[in-house]
Design a binder for this molecule. Structure first.
Ligand code: PMV
Length: 348
């Protein structure tokens, strides 16, 4: 019995221009384009290995060592699309092994606690789809493959690329033009760093799909956001990345996080993802930037209370000293950032 295998990793991506709203729930087609930064491979990532053999009797998935169901419609859509592409390849190449008809065994592991309230579905679906595409030796580009990952979890399409990534919403009803593209590689802006402040590791109270549906159906502000705000911001943010303009990138990122959470608050009944600590972080970031009279840091919040901070490497020590001053009593902090003279900041 021959077993064919392939492995790949996909990192978590954190949106700086948020995807919030579906125009087609089954195909995960968004109501606006979005932009994200993919974290480094050795930070938060999913490692997925896949195996296939004629002798396997059923598709199986082990997630962080536990056998999980593959029954969800989204997972099934991804597997079907990948098998369809493989079977097309087999039809055109008579020597290709007929693995499109065989069952798959999938082993997937996150290098971060799945329960930490950090977006794991993006990395998870991206790694699943990329590993099977590798096993099947599919000739399609990463953008083509991203359309399949998108059906698993919208934001997953962006984890198919490293660095700075745009998800172009597309206009077609079948989703054939709704895909991820690279804006710039990671090497383009090596100074950029991200830090995650884990405010709570509780499960989020409103899952993103139902949250989006509620916002689309009930928020007036949402229409303003997708029609007049995001299209312009999408172009500006790409430009800020291309020209490595941190102050502009930071302002657009913070404004977009605020705009997204405002539409959540404007949903009826309202959705609250941020909590008091999240708001304290927002205030602290603005105070740090005002204190230095320089844009040192940008914050962004997804569908939960945890903050992601973006900053440039050369500002790390001074930024972390301030964060430590306020949150240093919490678990996970090392004293290495406490050397800064914080006397001028003691009023916080
Ligand atoms: O891809 P989903 O369904 O997990 O939704 C992601 C939504 C946000 O994380 C809030 C925004 C984004 O663009 O990633």
């Amino acid at each position: 019995m021959t077993i064919y295998t392939a492995s790949t990793t996909a990192p978590v991506n954190i949106a700086t221009l948020k995807y919030w709203g579906k125009r087609d729930k089954k195909l995960n087609l968004p109501t606006n384009s979005s932009i994200s930064v993919t974290l480094a491979q050795d930070d938060l990532r999913t490692l997925t290995s896949v195996a296939t053999s004629e002798s396997f009797s059923e598709d199986q998935l082990w997630l962080n060592g536990k056998l999980e169901s593959l029954e969800s419609e989204r997972t099934q859509n991804c597997l079907q699309d990948l098998r369809d592409l493989r079977s097309k390849l087999e039809l055109s190449d008579k020597n290709a092994i007929p693995m499109s008809k065989w069952k798959l065994h999938i082993v997937s592991e996150n290098n971060f606690p799945t329960a930490a309230g950090l977006a794991s579905s993006a990395a998870g679906f991206a790694a699943l789809v990329a590993a099977i595409a590798k096993l099947y030796e599919l000739p399609e580009s990463a953008s083509e493959i991203s359309k399949i990952a998108r059906k698993g979890s919208g934001s997953a399409c962006r984890s198919l690329f490293g660095g700075y990534v745009a998800w172009e919403m597309g206009t077609k009803a079948d989703g054939s033009d709704s895909k991820a593209v690279e804006v710039a590689s990671r090497e383009h802006w090596p100074e950029m760093k991200a830090a995650i402040l884990v405010v709570s590791d509780a499960k989020k109270d409103t899952p993103s799909t139902s949250g989006m549906q509620l916002t689309v159906a009930t928020s007036d502000l949402f229409q303003e956001r997708i029609q007049n705000v995001v299209p312009k911001r999408f172009e500006q943010m790409k430009q800020a990345i291309v020209s490595r303009d941190f102050p502009l990138f930071a302002e657009l990122t913070m404004r977009d996080s605020n705009s997204f959470h405002a539409t959540c608050l404007d949903s009826y009944p309202p959705i609250f993802y941020m909590n008091d600590t999240s708001r304290q972080i927002v205030k602290l970031c603005h105070q740090i930037n005002a204190f230095f009279n320089e844009t040192v840091v940008a914050y962004t919040f997804d569908a939960g209370p945890n903050a992601v901070l973006y900053y440039l490497q050369h500002n790390e020590t001074k930024l972390m000293a301030f964060i430590y001053q306020v949150f240093g009593q919490n678990q996970g902090w090392e004293l290495k950032f406490s050397a800064q003279d914080l006397s001028a900041f003691k009023d916080y």
